[in-house]
Write a protein that binds this ligand. Structure first.
Ligand SMILES: [Zn+2]
Length: 489
């Protein structure tokens, strides 16, 4: 058994699991509601030209007309006559387009509320490493690739695929990628573009020529280089579409596609569903008895390694070393599974032995080398922390699946019931000084009410005596522990 993909499809969500020897390594999730139409290419028809706004409405077959501003009409597209356009400021919209004209356009902004989509004629087709620019004649390199040598290599590798069809932009993700893979990507984009052109010629106007390929297809394209044995899909329809897609773009994968029709949910195979749940936990247990705590903040991710129960001082150094070694494997897998990117700080259990430190670092490096996302490890800092970076690619699993906790506002801790009780009593005194009332009614969470009636009953009675009014307590089951209201009766 080697590597395989499991694809789980429901109408609102597609999830792809990548397993290596039966162990879940990566999870990709896309939700229908989030996708939008940005990037889609349409053959549209100009319905109105608005000279005052320097814009035009274009019917692309959706409910609302889309909006095209004169500044988003680029010189090399078909709608603009003549080359002289380039050197002059933006032309008047009425000279650029006319009502009834057909136009190839791409969506740059989703429709929102009463506003239609925003369009450009500057069409680009992105892929993993490259962006194809139809009509352009050059190769650009992402500014974020800093090495001059690498920029030159990439430019040389990609230039040969540049022709009258168009040029390319080399994306940051292309850094360190082999010529072969770049060639495959370039060929993929040109085939895609040829298909768009063919559709444009064959079809009437107001039609979608290209939509951002669905998750399953995109993931397949990204896995071309991986040594996959099986790709199992639990939807007959998606399976058929993927057969079509791979036949056209990645024929080496077609024979590996299988429709999964068993009763058992596909993500119950290899315990994938439970693994996803566990990838949301802060704590990850190690077989040796130790555990990791993984915390993701906006600035960085921290991983803290802890030994389990005390094992006696004779073997302590050896135990620490073995726990750290086991942790390197688990960390590499968790970073990939959770798709954590950016700065990562690892706090291994302190090791005095220099050789132990060297071996832990080496094991971490070799574990990280299996990751398809690039990372770099900086070694132990003077504080004994290992600092590393992992390229940010998609959103992290947690960001896709979770939102801020409403009880603690994302802090991870909550005021105790006792603290909230004291806040309530201070609030009663404050209200007493400002307003006149006969009695007070406190709404609070069940736990806080219970505390007010038991441990804090005495303190509450003193407050009643101080303000000279009765205080009633009422449970509000929907309140979080920090929420309360003091009502004047
Ligand atoms: Zn919380």
């Amino acid at each position: 058994m080697a590597a395989e993909l499991l694809i789980n499809v429901t109408p609102s969500e597609t999830r792809v699991a990548y397993l290596d020897n039966g162990i879940l390594q990566e999870i990709h999730i896309e939700r229908e509601a989030k996708r939008g139409i940005v990037g889609n290419i349409y053959k549209g028809r100009v319905s109105r030209v608005l000279p005052g706004m320097q814009a035009a409405f274009v019917d692309i077959g959706l409910d609302k007309s889309a909006f095209l501003h004169a500044s988003d009409i680029v010189p090399h597209t078909e709608c603009v006559a003549g080359e002289e356009q380039k050197k002059f400021p933006i032309k008047n919209i009425s000279e650029l387009v006319r009502p009834g004209q057909d136009l190839m356009v791409q969506v740059v902004k989703d429709p929102l509320g009463t506003k239609g989509a925003r369009l450009t004629t500057d069409i680009t087709l992105p892929s993993r490493y490259l962006v194809f620019m139809p009509g352009a004649s050059h190769v650009g390199v992402s500014q974020r690739i800093e090495s001059d040598a690498e920029r030159t290599r990439l430019k040389q590798a990609v230039s040969q695929y540049c022709d009258e069809q168009g040029g390319f932009i080399i994306r940051t993700a292309a850094e360190g990628i082999s010529d072969n893979e770049l060639a495959r990507d370039a060929a993929f984009l040109k085939r895609l573009w040829a298909k768009v052109e063919k559709r444009k010629k064959r079809h009437q106007t107001r039609i979608k020529l290209y939509g951002e390929i669905a998750l399953a297809a995109r993931v397949l394209r990204d896995f071309v280089e991986a040594p996959l044995d099986h790709i199992r899909i639990d939807s007959r329809e998606t399976y058929e579409r993927l057969v079509e897609f791979t036949t056209e773009y990645v024929p080496e994968l077609t024979a590996k596609l299988e429709h999964y029709s068993a009763k058992q949910p596909i993500f119950d195979l290899f315990d994938v569903e439970n693994e996803i749940q566990r990838a949301m936990d802060r704590k990850v247990t190690l077989k040796s008895g130790g555990y990791l705590i993984i915390d993701q903040t906006e600035a960085m991710t921290t991983v803290d390694i802890n030994t389990g129960a005390f094992v006696g001082h004779r073997n302590l150094e050896e135990t620490i070393f073995n726990t750290n070694i086991e942790a390197t494997q688990v960390i590499a897998r968790q970073l990939r599974l959770r798709n954590l990117g950016g700065i990562i700080i690892i706090d291994f259990i302190d090791m005095n032995n220099e050789e132990h430190r060297r071996r832990v670092l080496h094991t971490l490096e070799s574990a990280m080398s299996k990751d398809r996302v690039k990372s770099s490890i900086n070694g132990f800092s003077s504080l004994g922390l290992v600092e590393m970076t992992r390229k940010r690619t998609r959103e992290s699993l947690e960001h896709i699946l979770c939102g801020k906790c409403p009880a603690c506002q994302g802090r991870g801790t909550m005021k105790t019931a006792e603290t909230v009780c004291y806040e309530i009593m201070r609030e009663i005194v404050r209200v007493h000084h400002s307003y006149d009332s006969d009695s007070y009614l406190v709404y609070a969470s069940p736990k806080v009410c219970e505390t007010l009636k038991n441990e804090e009953a005495h303190a509450l009675a003193e407050v009643e005596i101080f303000v000279g009014k009765q205080v009633k307590v009422q449970v509000e089951p929907l309140y979080t522990q920090e929420q309360f209201d003091v009502v004047l009766m």
